[in-house]
Write a protein that binds this ligand. Structure first.
Ligand SMILES: [Zn+2]
Length: 264
């Protein structure tokens, strides 16, 4: 996907140790093909920015690098302030109780409040997948493709942005289908042979091949029980997998760990 860079002066360097794990979508009103939005982002006096905009004259445009903090979803710690973080509808945002800009990637789709349309839906999907690969490359984690981690500005602050009609479900479904497809492609040797039957797990100097099978787009892994009173291998593996960004579950019928495969 073609991404044009038009970097904004409005950002804070770094993320104060936070790893971005949510996408936050915005809308910006105006029927000027995004000119007003870009002018705002480029104007230091406005103190506002997004990591990227979609569907302006420059197509998909990056304004703040994802290593840095954009100024899109600011909140206040003052109870009497309109932007008090306690107003947030998103439970994780309330729980973390820090500036949500630190852990979000903000994407704005300028325009009037009409449906965003096929082209921009596709751009949003591809941009999510692009940033997700970048976050994995930089920080080693995969952002989850679900409604908890792909959110709207109105879940953080009292705002009408990005609007009730925003097609979250469509965007998430497409992103998931495409991420799953490339993961399946990556998990199989060339030539369409059967998938690997084990996963190499390395903890410190110890390497273990964990027996694993692919069922659909998930790995199913079984581990023997360890000595009683010791941390069980399955519990340790779960922690490792979750740290690596896998979506981990437990199949009690099979006594097996079920992990969604990260992509690429
Ligand atoms: Zn917004």
């Amino acid at each position: 996907m073609q991404i044009t860079q038009k970097l904004s002066p409005n950002f804070t360097r770094g993320r104060q140790g936070w790893v971005p794990d949510m996408f936050c979508f915005h809308y910006d009103t105006g029927s000027d093909a995004g000119t007003g939005t870009i002018n705002t982002i480029m104007n230091p006096a406005r103190q506002a920015s997004y990591h990227s905009t979609i569907g302006t004259a420059t197509g998909v445009t990056e304004h703040v690098r994802i290593e840095d903090t954009a100024w899109a979803n600011g909140t206040s710690t003052d109870r009497n302030h309109r932007l008090w973080i306690g107003h947030a509808r998103h439970p994780i945002v309330r729980e973390r109780n820090v500036n949500p800009n630190l852990y979000t990637i903000s994407i704005c789709i300028p325009g009037d409040r009409a449906p965003i349309g096929e082209t921009r839906i596709e751009q949003a999907v591809e941009l999510i997948l692009h940033y997700r690969r970048e976050v994995h490359r930089i920080w080693g984690v995969w952002i989850k493709l679900d409604r908890t981690h792909i959110i709207g500005h109105d879940e953080i602050s009292r705002t009408l942005c990005p609007g009730l009609d925003f097609p979250f479900e469509e965007i998430i479904n497409r992103a998931r289908a495409r991420a799953g497809a490339s993961a399946r492609a990556a998990g199989r040797p060339a030539g369409g042979q059967s998938p690997r039957e084990g996963v190499l797990v390395r903890i410190g100097d110890v390497e273990t091949i964990v027996p694993a099978q692919m069922r659909g787009d998930r790995w199913v892994m079984t581990l023997p029980d360890g000595p009683e009173g010791q941390p069980q291998p399955s519990v340790l593996l779960r922690v490792v997998l979750e740290t690596m960004g896998f979506d981990v579950g437990w199949d009690s019928a099979d006594g097996a760990i079920v992990a969604a495969l990260p992509v690429e």
